[in-house]
Write a protein that binds this ligand. Structure first.
Ligand code: OFO
Length: 166
């Protein structure tokens, strides 16, 4: 049986993951409106992954006899000064999420909740990938330049991202 503290913290993390999905969907909408279809697609795939992350936590709470409680989501930003600014914001956001996950791992240790600890290890590894993906795009956009042909090539490259099976 999940403890009340762990249940509340994981419910909070479901909100964080869905807020991530919301943020990336908003970025996708922004890129689509600006005609950057490749980057819009990249963000859409990312938003889908975030929903899957939320569902992992959802299922864990249910499997451990707890109750899922969904919290309200704040509206995300809708505009970014440039593609580079958006991906920098995404990278910063992932660093924030990594901090949340590490906090949950520490709570699971304190609560002696080994099942939550084991489940959260997947997220620890995933966050290494999440930060790596976002920072690599930042690097790519810095190299390709913020306008013109370089950005068109980067957009095409980023559009090749497809949803991975977890
Ligand atoms: Fe769920 O990893 Fe990104 O936010």
């Amino acid at each position: 049986m999940i403890t009340k503290k762990m249940e509340a913290a994981l419910n909070e993390q479901i909100k964080e993951e869905l807020a991530s999905a919301y943020l990336y969907l908003s970025m996708s909408a922004h890129f689509a409106a600006e005609g950057w279809d490749g980057m819009a697609g990249w963000m859409r795939v990312q938003a889908g992954e975030e929903q899957e992350h939320a569902m992992r936590l959802f299922d864990h709470i249910v499997d451990r006899g707890g109750k899922v409680k969904l919290h309200a989501l704040a509206a995300p930003e809708t505009k970014w000064a440039s593609p580079l600014a958006a991906f920098k914001a995404a990278y910063k956001h992932e660093q924030h999420i990594t901090g949340c996950i590490h906090g949950l791992v520490e709570l699971a240790q304190k609560e002696k909740d080994h099942a939550a600890g084991a489940m959260l290890q997947w997220f620890v590894t995933e966050q290494v990938e999440e930060e790596d993906h976002a920072s690599k795009v930042v690097q790519l956009l810095e190299r390709m330049g913020t306008e013109g042909r370089g950005l068109v090539i980067a957009d095409r490259e980023l559009g090749r991202r497809v949803a991975e099976k977890e």
